[in-house]
Write a protein that binds this ligand. Structure first.
Ligand SMILES: *[C@@H]1O[C@H](CO)[C@@H](O)[C@H](O)[C@H]1NC(C)=O
Ligand SMILES: *[C@@H]1O[C@H](CO)[C@@H](O)[C@H](O)[C@H]1NC(C)=O
Ligand SMILES: *[C@@H]1O[C@H](CO)[C@@H](O)[C@H](O)[C@H]1NC(C)=O
Length: 333
């Protein structure tokens, strides 16, 4: 293809984007780019703006419906505002979990009185919110968070653990670094390896690297792990009595990507197809208990600018919404 052809394609694209861009959004576009530190080349700008505008319109429409009482959460055009669904989905692939079911070590709920509110952040079990970046490493952050909680429970020390250690070193267990991974296989790695480094000695890079784990730098060990049986009751029991629990959810929807605050409920959410891992750090409800606005408190790994300072409230008691109880696991220490 000669340069003339290339130029023609470029011009076409730019014209297209210019035609579709809405001048009333100009200042919001500029502010958004500054807030999220975006810097595009001339060729990129038009295409990114078109994607952003589409997302902006969707979010605005959703928030109008929120004001009309049609849903219980708001959305915002966050750092993902210039990403197409396809680009976003590439970040969100967990290894399918169907074939990893284990009969052993199942956490069964014991019927009893459970607290109405649990928030392990207040008890010192939860480290700061991290950002996985464009590496598909949610599973590593989720597992690091679950071990951080159990380590605090056991030793009283709260230490950010190293997702990069998991990304680089759990390939022999069957994970694929920044391409995808499973929380179960990551925990299996920590258990077999006999240790895991801290974020401070093995910092996050957000890309694939070779394994640089050193046993003498290990700060956490696990003696095994348990699956939680697949009901919200069992998950509630585990969260109340154990601590933060690693879970898988369906996070493939725009409403999740652009979630801002409130109780997340997505009619299109699947209870079976899991493609993101997060950490449940508590549960509770809003308003009066009888109103049924119950939620799971979830720590995500999309940075503090996503959602409620990095957290989400996800609808609880709605038939395992987004598959929250489908694949819950925690380490034993
Ligand atoms: C944006 O990127 C260009 C080219 O890489 C660079 O010259 C420019 O300084 C950058 N601007 C900002 C504000 O970062
Ligand atoms: C995530 O789950 C949804 C809902 O089942 C599905 O439509 C989507 O293709 C999944 N995405 C990936 C990347 O697995
Ligand atoms: C949304 O709020 C309404 C009104 O309080 C409540 O009845 C409903 O259960 C809530 N839905 C979810 C999914 O939390």
């Amino acid at each position: 293809m000669g340069p003339a052809v290339l130029l023609a394609i470029l011009c076409l694209r730019v014209t297209e984007a210019t035609q579709s861009s809405d001048p009333s959004l100009d200042s919001e576009w500029q502010e958004w780019k500054i807030k999220y530190d975006k810097n595009y080349s001339l060729e990129e700008e038009g295409q990114k703006r078109a994607v952003w505008e589409e997302n902006m319109k969707l979010v605005k429409q959703h928030n109008i419906e929120y004001d009309q009482g049609k849903n219980n959460f708001t959305m915002q055009v966050n750092a993902f505002g210039d990403m197409t669904d396809e680009e976003y989905r590439k970040m969100m692939t967990d290894i399918p979990v169907q074939n990893l079911r284990k009969k052993r070590n199942i956490h069964q709920p014991i019927v009893g009185h459970l607290p109405k509110f649990v928030d392990w952040r207040r008890r010192g079990y939860v480290t700061s919110v991290k950002n996985q970046g464009i590496c598909n490493s949610c599973w590593a952050f989720s597992v690091a968070g679950a071990i951080e909680g159990q380590m605090f429970r056991k030793t009283g020390r709260l230490v950010s653990l190293s997702p990069q250690n998991l990304v680089d070193c759990s390939r022999p267990e069957g994970n694929y670094g920044c391409h995808m991974g499973s929380t179960f296989l990551a925990l299996k790695y920590v258990w077999k390896n006999g240790g895991l480094e801290a974020e401070s000695t093995y910092p996050y890079e957000g890309r694939d690297g070779y394994c640089r784990y050193l046993p003498e730098r290990s700060v956490a060990r696990v003696t095994g792990f348990s699956f939680v049986s697949r009901t919200e009751e069992a998950l509630m029991h585990a969260v109340a009595t154990i601590g933060p629990i690693s879970v898988g959810i369906d996070a493939s929807h725009k409403s999740f990507k652009f979630y801002k605050e409130g109780i997340y409920y997505e009619p299109k959410c699947s209870s079976n197809t899991i493609n993101h891992s997060v950490l449940v750090v508590g549960y509770g409800y809003e308003g009066r208990e009888s109103e049924g606005r119950k939620y799971w408190l979830i720590k995500n790994s999309h940075g503090k600018q996503w959602g409620m300072n990095g957290y989400m409230k996800l609808a609880r008691g709605w038939n395992n919404h987004c598959g929250i109880a489908k694949y819950a696991i925690y380490p034993r220490m």
